[in-house]
Design a protein around this ligand. Structure first.
Ligand code: ADP
Length: 490
């Protein structure tokens, strides 16, 4: 098949969260299976400066309301079957941040930036004369692609299936209705069964309503988003898409995340050399100025957002420390959380330490050096760090929601089955009691070692998930092909 993936961030070129990991690895797994894959994302300043993609002999303009905006195309050939394309427009994308300025405020022209991006994706494919079987777009930034495939670009893409993945329903790409004319679509699409969402323009809803198939990133989350608690007011819309809604768990790129050959950590190790993990723990202790005691270290790597359960951490921090844990956190995000978490670290100097910022190599060291990885998320569509943690023999303690629920199995001390510890409610007491269970096993050295080895055996590589996507693509590509074929006779 010819498969296009389009989204706003792709590892290694750009990243603010898990979407980038997925777009950096799923397309390559599909390419490995022999499919031809095009990956399309914006040419941000960091991409242009660091990766210097090659300028292509393709350019076009997109009309957005009363403006005509030029696109310049760049690309990097990743391998025989995969090419990354970048949509360039200096005024829109040559900025330091992907979505927000240095104060964390959304760029005021985000609607324009990503409407332009979404249209450019299809224009690029047309200019390349490519007839993909599937165009798979991700999150609100590419939410209009499935809409254009059924409207402005209907003729060209009548035989192509569209798949839209919701990576996080909390981020909906909501803009005021005056941005509607930028889409180039008529007001007849601004309805409750179209792009309108409580009076606003919703780009996430656009993708969810128009795509042939809608997926989300874990089976549990695909059910949760159909409920008012997790649906962020999209549950009603998504219920109407239930027959075409699927939950497929994200995979892990073990080329990037494997302690046996991780170039970001000082001491590589495997399940057979787990004693070496201690050396990483020592480095981590030093790096974070923690005391050198053997106390178990809890690690967190996270966006500092309400979704990630930061309030629970702040509420329970004193008790976590008095239980005998040390605690390291790497994160960035909401400024009030950054301040509060720094205050807590100052209070528990030597036992708790935080680094505010985005630092991939430090993220790898935390995975390798921590004993326990904590994810008390309010909701978690898939979550990647719990799967990375398993590979690094770092035991996950998680709230049982979304992908955390699908990947972490409660450890049973009698049967020694399971790979971590879960708690159900957003309650500090429940979180502490899960941590206590982990602590008890930690103090039984032989049992803990067996648990770490068991964790490291879990395989969440992309192979299985990519095979699921492949099946989905085939099913919907056949449908689209037959529809396209039929319409060519009528
Ligand atoms: P989300 O996409 O909701 O932020 P995920 O668990 O799906 O959460 O993915 C987060 C990804 O971003 C992981 O690869 C994680 O290691 C990484 N990450 C998050 N915060 C940081 C940070 N401050 N520094 C480095 N990597 C980070």
């Amino acid at each position: 098949m010819i498969i296009v993936h389009a989204g706003s961030e792709v590892v290694p070129f750009s990243k603010t969260g898990g979407l980038a990991d997925v777009l950096g690895s799923l397309p390559l797994s599909l390419a490995k299976k022999g499919h031809d894959v095009l990956i399309v994302s914006p040419l941000y300043k960091s991409v242009a400066e660091k990766f210097r993609p090659e300028k292509q002999n393709i350019s076009f303009s997109i009309r957005l309301n009363d403006q005509v905006i030029p696109a310049t195309i760049y690309s990097i050939k990743i391998n025989e079957h995969a090419t990354a394309y970048f949509i360039g427009n200096d005024a829109l994308f040559m900025r330091d941040g992907l979505y927000v300025d240095k104060n964390g405020i959304d760029y005021p022209d985000n609607a324009k930036r990503f409407i332009f991006f979404s249209r450019s994706v299809l224009e690029l494919i047309k200019q390349l004369n490519s007839k993909p079987d599937v165009i798979h777009t991700h999150d609100w930034q590419a939410g209009l692609v499935p809409v254009y495939m059924k409207t402005l670009y209907r003729n060209y893409f009548s035989g192509t299936a569209s798949v839209f993945t919701i990576h996080n329903i909390g981020y909906q790409g909501l803009f005021w209705h005056f941005d509607m004319p930028l889409t180039g679509l008529g007001w007849e699409h601004f309805t409750s069964d179209g792009l309108e969402f409580y009076g606003k323009l919703s780009l996430l809803k656009a993708g969810s309503v128009f795509a042939d198939a809608v997926t989300t990133v874990s089976p549990t989350y695909s059910k949760e988003i159909l409920t008012p608690e997790f649906g962020y007011r999209m549950d009603g819309v998504l219920k109407t898409r239930k027959p075409d809604l699927f939950g497929i768990l994200n995979g892990v790129d073990y080329e990037q995340w494997n302690p046996e050959h991780d170039r970001f950590i000082p001491h590589q190790y495997s399940a057979d050399t787990l004693e070496v993990k201690q050396d990483n723990k020592m480095t981590l202790n030093r790096m974070f100025n923690l005391d050198e005691s053997a106390a178990p270290v809890i690690g967190m790597i996270t966006r500092l957002a309400q979704q990630k359960g930061i309030d629970l951490i702040l509420e329970a921090m004193g008790r976590i420390i008095s239980m005998g844990f040390k605690f390291v956190l790497l994160g960035s995000g909401d400024k009030p959380y950054e301040e509060k978490i720094k205050d807590a670290a100052a209070r528990y100097n030597g036992r708790m330490s935080v680094k505010i910022g985005f630092d991939n190599s430090l993220a790898h060291l935390i995975e390798a050096g921590a004993d326990i990885f904590l994810m008390p998320s309010v909701y978690e569509p898939c979550g990647l760090n719990q799967m990375y943690s398993l590979k690094y023999g770092t035991v996950p303690v998680v709230r049982s929601t979304g992908g955390l629920n699908d990947t972490v199995m409660e450890y049973n001390p009698s049967s020694e089955k399971g790979n971590g510890f879960k708690f159900k409610d957003q309650s500090a007491d429940q979180m502490l009691s899960a941590l206590k269970k982990a602590m008890d096993v930690y103090h039984d050295k032989q049992r803990w070692l067996r648990l770490l080895k068991a964790c490291m055996l879990y395989d969440f590589s992309w192979d299985r998930s990519a095979a699921d996507y492949e099946l989905l693509y085939k099913a919907y590509a056949i449908k689209s092909y037959l529809h396209g074929h039929r319409s060519s006779y009528t």
